[in-house]
Design a protein around this ligand. Structure first.
Ligand SMILES: Cc1ncc(C[n+]2csc(CCOP(=O)(O)OP(=O)(O)O)c2C)c(N)n1
Ligand SMILES: [Mg+2]
Length: 737
């Protein structure tokens, strides 16, 4: 009997015949793709109308990008893979399962908007159930987080026990349900203009280094607002520029063609799933609707150019394709479009009725609603060390010793902790350590010394010299449930990470209405009094960070506080900036015995370092020992009793202790190492003046650094930073006022 040869890849149709496939897509999938593309465009059109009618407040269209979006949505899996889309990815989101109604809820800023509850502009996607991670407006700040997300997934696959929540784990883990798949892929997209951002290149490098399963999708519509691609990208082709990155799979495709785009995405996805490394999809798309409603592209693009683009419009293109292939006839297309239009009408009508968020809700989710690091749960007692047999006192440990001890204890307790940064590993070339050829470095200040040796290179590793990447990757990992404790080598070099800290890390929970969180700990060596540190190794600047809602800021002055507060930082559920004063690392001031593996200090609880009745001095960090010296001298010489308060934690700070003390002494001096004007003490002084005016017998005074950078020559450094004598004179003068 003769056998008929058929293509084995073709699925059977109902009547047993093999159906034609289009790069693996069935006819039904192609109809579905057209439905998504058409829906996406119609939502844009409807939103534009609503904006003109002033019923919504902003509009950002995905027009022209629908082909690549729907292709990516078909190639990847919602709720399984992870997504860091950008504002033109409406079609992707629809393909993944976001409902048009939810998109209209964003537009009206409804309380029920699942992306942000009315906190973010429309087209800033966030859908936790689908693994679509909250997006912001800075172009490109999502890219490093996508890399961190992929790293997080891979770490969890290698350390599955880390995902478990140990019984009685009274920490952030109780509130993070961690899920991961062995072969998941992280998708991240950006525009052609955004590929000029430094963070894009940092992310490409990190993904290539780690062979991470990330698909970078550049949606190249030829313009960044009015700037054309040849002015943006050297040589005009991002594909050419990135072609030298190792370990990547590259695709360049017409992103207005959903079938070709699906083929490209499928190959990219397969490459990533199989663990070969990252992929780069360069999709050429069009932008038919100007950049946004505030832009009129006719001012910089002639008609001919726009008409040329229109020939490639994915809506008409896909429609023609379906007709040509006989997948749908004209009637079928009309029917589908009518159905979509009717569905959108219902969605718009419902969304316009939706309630706005309550003004009282504005402070909800600035911080974790589940874990309060200022609560008594974080108030534990230090373990009293046993007296050794020889009767000698247990060794007093430096701040550096106890920070290392705390990191070690916590890493033992919690496998979700990973440590990375510049030079933090013992030795990246592991074989040197294994063969005992070297001892290992463990940080420029040696605070992470021995941790790679003990916990392995998956958990303690060096990062490329790129601060935005350190914080961005950590943010992505923490979104997945890990607890990155990263190091910024010097406070003076934190600024490349500022966008990640201010616009991402600190606000992810709030802007996603508690849909996502990223409780990273950033340890930073800060401060001067170093003799020779100069401008770029000595600065403070903590008030820049206490000014950021959502970020906890801690600044201990002694070793026991450092241990207790670092543990609270790690176990809590908020992002923390943990400031470690370099001068205090090995100072004899403030050494203490090891307080045990569970010692914690709650945030926002100051310590009275020296009780007094005549004058309150409020300070923190390296000014504490200097102010103590001045206070002791004043008491000795003048009998003035200073109450010295070490704030320890700057956000939140302990207003109650300040208020109680100033109400008693009626005089307040705020002292800090940072430059005087606009510094941290300005806020404290203002609050005292505002809320304790009736209690004051003298003006609130401040002692701080001169309004200049710290200089190299020690004579200059001494003149610039507040010295014990400056503090002494200010205390004396205020006590005599
Ligand atoms: C860091 C940052 N700089 C500037 C802007 C303002 N801005 C918003 S979109 C945009 C152009 C982006 O162009 P491209 O990356 O090509 O994406 P497209 O809008 O063309 O899809 C600019 C400059 C921003 N949002 N973020
Ligand atoms: Mg563009």
């Amino acid at each position: 009997m003769a056998t008929t040869k058929t293509d084995p890849k073709l699925p059977l149709t109902a009547n047993g015949k093999k159906a034609k496939l289009y790069e693996g897509l069935t006819r039904e999938q192609l109809i579905q793709a057209y439905r998504v593309i058409y829906t996406s465009r119609r939502i844009d059109d409807r939103e534009i109308l609503l904006k003109r009618q002033q019923k919504i407040y902003f509009q950002m269209s995905g027009a022209g990008h629908e082909g690549i979006g729907v292709a990516a949505g078909l190639a990847l899996k919602a709720g399984y893979d992870w997504f860091y889309p950008y504002y033109r990815d409406r079609a992707l989101c629809l393909a993944l399962g976001v409902q048009p109604y939810d998109m209209f809820l964003q537009g009206v800023g409804a309380a029920d908007d699942p992306s942000s509850g009315g906190r973010q502009m429309p087209s800033h996607w966030s859908y936790p159930a689908l693994n679509i991670v909250t997006q912001s407006s800075p172009t490109g700040s999502q890219i490093l987080q996508a890399v961190g997300c992929a790293e997080g997934g891979r770490y969890l696959a290698r350390h599955p026990k880390a995902a478990e929540i140990p019984a009685g784990a009274a920490d952030y883990r109780q509130f993070k349900n961690v899920s991961f798949q062995g072969d998941e892929v992280t998708y991240v997209s950006l525009g052609d203009g955004t590929s000029s951002e430094g963070e894009f290149w940092e992310a490409m490098n990190a993904a290539a280094l780690g062979k991470l399963p990330v698909i970078f999708c550049v949606e190249d519509n030829g313009y960044a607002i009015s700037v054309p691609v040849e002015v943006q990208t050297a040589g005009g082709s991002i594909s050419r520029l990135v072609s030298g990155f190792p370990n990547f799979h590259f695709e360049e495709v017409d992103g207005t063609d959903p079938v070709a785009s699906y083929a490209a995405f499928s190959r990219a996805t397969r490459y990533c799933r199989e663990g070969h490394g990252p992929a780069f999809v360069h999709a050429h798309v069009i932008r038919p609707y100007s950049h946004s409603l505030s832009d009129d592209e006719r001012l910089y693009r002639p008609d001919a150019e726009r008409e040329r683009d229109a020939q490639r419009d994915p809506v008409t293109r896909t429609q023609m394709f379906l007709l040509r292939e006989g997948i749908l006839d004209e009637k079928g297309i009309n029917q589908l479009e009518k159905e979509v239009d009717a569905e959108l009408q219902i969605a718009v009508d419902r969304a316009l009725q939706a309630l706005p968020p309550a003004p009282e809700s504005i402070l909800k989710f600035v911080y974790s609603p589940d874990v309060d690091p200022a609560s008594s749960a974080f108030d534990t007692q230090p373990v009293v060390p046993e007296v050794p047999a020889d009767g000698k006192k247990p060794a007093a440990k430096t701040m550096a010793d106890l920070i290392t001890a705390t990191l070690r204890d916590e890493m033992k307790r919690d496998e979700r902790i990973v440590i990375f940064g510049e030079d933090v590993a013992d030795c990246s070339r592991e074989e040197y350590l294994k063969r005992k050829l070297v001892k290992g470095k463990g940080g420029v200040f040696k605070l992470t010394f021995g941790l790679q040796n003990e916990f392995g290179p998956d958990r303690v590793f060096n990062a490329p010299l790129a601060e935005a990447a350190i914080v961005g990757r950590a943010t992505g990992m923490a979104t997945r449930g890990l607890k990155p404790v990263v190091e910024i080598q010097f406070f003076d070099y934190i600024w490349p990470a500022m966008m990640q800290i201010r616009d991402e890390l600190s606000v992810i929970r709030w802007r996603s209405n508690n849909g996502f969180s990223c409780p990273v700990v950033i340890r930073v060596a800060i401060g001067g009094y170093l003799t020779g540190g100069a401008i770029y190794h000595s600065q403070c600047g903590e008030s820049v960070f206490t000014h950021i809602p959502g970020l906890r800021v801690v600044f201990p002055s002694n070793s026991q506080d450092a241990a207790g507060l670092l543990r609270t930082s790690i176990r809590c559920d908020d992002p923390v900036l943990f400031l470690e004063h370099k001068r205090l690392y090995r100072e004899s001031f403030g050494r203490a015995a090891y307080p045990g593996p569970d010692y914690m200090i709650p945030f926002g609880k100051a310590k009275i370092v020296h009780p007094g009745t005549d004058l309150t001095v409020i300070t923190y960090g390296a000014v504490v020992p200097r102010a103590l010296q001045a206070a002791q001298k004043l008491e000795r010489e003048q009998g003035v009793k200073v109450e010295l308060i070490d704030l320890r934690c700057l956000n939140p700070f302990d207003w109650d202790t300040i208020a109680a003390s100033v109400s008693k002494t009626n005089r307040a001096l705020v002292a800090y190492e940072d430059t005087l004007s606009w510094g941290y003490g300005a806020e404290i002084a203002a609050r005292i003046a505002d809320q304790l005016f009736d209690k004051l017998d003298a003006p609130v005074r401040r002692v701080a650094a001169k309004d200049v950078f710290v200089a190299y020559q020690p004579i200059l450094e001494d003149a610039i930073l507040p010295q014990p004598n400056d503090l002494f004179l200010a205390m004396k003068e205020l006590s005599e006022y």
